[in-house]
Design a binder for this molecule. Structure first.
Ligand code: DAT
Ligand code: MG
Length: 237
């Protein structure tokens, strides 16, 4: 029984280590960063190992510690690995109206408080041709030219946010395109009135997220780090 559990821990640990070592660059992807988090969670094991010891620190019944520790370790390592697979990234931008209206901290705090993780941020004034690239899907729409003039008219706060379900849920936090139709409680619902000045952009799916992140950011501008919050935001019971 316990050797079976031990094999399962070893297998999970090996797969995490091998997935981390497959990374060619020194930058960890979202997946391997989370795998690294799983490895760091091994720090809880000494606490579990202290079960079965008396107050002097002598091991009174080591087998109890072993039986207790290994299933817990197997659960945590494998669980973290499963969770790592669900991480995604989205591109979020505060448009010139949101920046000029002093809404940067208000908007960032909504993503931050939710539990999503900021992995890239910069303030830029995009050129008109850059804006046209960003909105290329809309080039047939009558408002395309005005929209691109507007996006390139001032500073835009470009960001990448990471988390489980962040693409879809980021759109929920933002609200409907037309602020007249956005629910109260959403960013556009609470903070904007007209569709032409709806203060924020968010990628609408996995493909656009990938394209927009690589349009706005160089790979080396994307950070990978383990947030101290992660085990509290993603704990599974
Ligand atoms: P979203 O920003 O919600 O993804 P979208 O991609 O359809 O919406 O359009 C991009 C932006 O274009 C949108 O944020 C505001 C502007 N826009 C959309 N529809 C518009 C309209 N009918 N009139 C003026 N501007 C519009
Ligand atoms: Mg869109």
């Amino acid at each position: 029984m316990s050797s079976q559990i031990f094999r399962s821990v070893s297998r999970a640990t090996r797969s995490i280590i091998s997935s981390a070592s497959k990374q060619k660059s020194s930058l960890l992807s979202g997946r391997s960063a989370s795998a690294a988090a799983a490895i760091s969670y091994k720090g809880v094991l000494p606490a579990l190992a202290s079960f079965g010891r008396d107050s002097s620190g002598n091991t009174s019944s080591t087998w109890i510690a072993g039986a207790f520790m290994l299933p817990a370790a197997a659960y945590m390592v494998q669980d973290q690995e499963a969770h790592a697979a669900e991480m995604e990234r989205t591109f979020i931008a505060i448009k010139p109206d949101g920046v000029q209206r002093g809404l940067i901290s208000e908007i960032i705090s909504r993503f931050e408080r939710k539990g999503f993780k900021l992995v890239a941020i910069k303030l830029v004034i995009p050129s008109k041709s850059f804006a046209q690239q960003h909105y290329h899907d809309l080039k047939e729409r009558p408002f395309f030219n005005g929209l691109c003039d507007f996006l390139s008219s001032g500073p835009v706060l470009a960001m990448v946010w990471e988390g489980e379900g962040v693409i879809k849920y980021g759109r929920k936090l933002i609200g409907a395109t037309d602020p007249q139709k956005s629910e109260p409680g959403t960013i556009r619902g609470d903070l904007a009135v007209g569709v032409g000045r709806n203060i924020i952009h968010g990628s609408d799916g996995p493909e656009t997220a990938k394209d927009e992140i690589s349009l706005w950011f160089k790979p080396e501008e994307l950070t990978s780090y383990i947030s101290n919050q992660e085990k509290w935001v993603y704990g599974v019971n």
